[in-house]
Write a protein that binds this ligand. Structure first.
Ligand code: ADP
Ligand code: MG
Length: 256
């Protein structure tokens, strides 16, 4: 985190989030009262054993899934009263997601028949951005991830690390306010993992991008500015609530 990020405005605040899944007649409680504050420009690393609820938390934050209860308060651009996105109707939710959230997963999910550039343009084209603008945005991010000399390559012609770079460029092409990365290096060798983490770290600094990164790699996590530890559907450490407990999301924004 940049030294100033501690005082940066709150971007999103998760309050008392619960999520359960029904397994036949049994209810599985996966998130059990999660509280988490993420400030603008913060890089947050999430660690925890398999099954702790890390992916579920990211899915709920990214509106790919709805929590069973709790609030996800997103501060609007430029400040003002935060919106509880769990209450948005589905069309608004999709619009919110397209404009606000970028996703990177363990497996890059690039489309094999399309070039790196076309893959990175895809979300913008789906959101009906004019082709030229979509191309410019994608090229700029591919450049930022060091892939500007691979624009015409298809995923099969790229290394694992390069594929993940393209996936990161695709996630950032729409200029999201929050990048959610779920074990983005889970499928990569040690050295390539370190390179991808280094890239994310640099993007965080240079683009003042807020990000939540789930990782299994403890060595890399230890080098990260803020680590959140999860176990059994709860956050044990690093929820950000202790930074300034009196801060309501609107107060730091109002003073801007
Ligand atoms: P983590 O990412 O920390 O490994 P997850 O959030 O993926 O953990 O999963 C936590 C628990 O929730 C696991 O026991 C998993 O089986 C369960 N779970 C996750 N997603 C679903 C789902 N869509 N339906 C049912 N159970 C799920
Ligand atoms: Mg997971």
């Amino acid at each position: 985190m940049l030294p100033s990020a501690q005082d940066a405005p709150v971007l999103v605040q998760v309050r008392e989030m619960y999520k359960s899944f029904q397994h036949g007649s049994r209810k599985l409680e996966v998130l059990r009262g999660v509280n988490l504050t993420v400030r603008s420009g913060e890089m947050v690393t999430i660690i925890g054993a398999s099954g702790a609820g890390k992916s579920t938390l990211l899915h709920c934050l990214g509106t790919l899934d709805l929590p069973t209860s709790g609030e996800i308060l997103f501060s609007p651009v430029g400040g003002g009263t935060p919106t509880d996105i769990t209450r948005l109707p589905p069309p608004d939710l999709a619009e919110f997601r397209n404009r606000t959230i970028g996703f990177v997963f363990q497996f890059h999910h690039l489309l094999p028949e399309f070039s790196a550039l076309e893959n990175a343009m895809m979300p913008a084209l789906i959101a009906r951005t004019p082709t030229r603008q979509a191309r410019e945005q994608a090229e700029e991010m591919l450049d930022a991830v060091g892939m500007s000399d691979r624009l015409a390559h298809r995923p099969g012609e790229l290394s694992g690390g390069e594929q993940q770079r393209v996936a990161i460029a695709r996630a950032l092409a729409m200029r999201p306010r929050l990048l959610l990365a779920d074990e983005p290096t889970g499928n990569l060798d040690t050295r390539t993992s370190a390179e991808v983490h280094e890239l994310l770290f640099r993007l965080n600094l240079e683009h003042d991008l807020s990000m939540l990164i789930v990782t299994h790699n403890m060595e890399l996590a230890q080098q990260m500015p803020r680590v959140v530890r999860m176990a059994d559907g709860r956050i044990l450490e690093g929820d950000g609530q202790d930074v300034d407990p009196s801060n309501e999301p609107e107060s730091p924004l109002a003073s801007e």
